[in-house]
Unconditional design. Sequence first.
Length: 140
Amino acid sequence: MWKLIFAAVVATGLGGTAALADATPISKEARVYIIWPRDGQVVHGGKLWVRMGLKNAGIAPAGVEKANTGHHHLIIDAPLPPLNQEIPADKNHLHFGAGQTEVRLELPPGKHTLQLLFGDNQHLPHNPPVYSEKITIIVP
């Protein structure tokens, strides 16, 4: 079982679903990516900072409605959730609703996947959805 070491991860369950056509619009140029760690990185001890990047959009906390903004959600060892529903808030889907762009994690030995999904003020994916490549890291 992995755990957060340092970060204020805000998980707000707002319920409901939205059709992708009704989702908050965002620039088609918006991109999220994982700055660190890199794909294939070996993380000794399992403690690491995950640093999250964003291009062509802005960060805004959950609940703040502002055009072309949102906040990060980190998906750990899970597939992308349905892109027409609220992003889950659980041990595999971390919400950074205060606008955080990094988090300190501790992962157990093994192979782990990390992926970002950008969400709007209500934790819904945008239209079009903005998500990163999935990376794999190894904890020996």
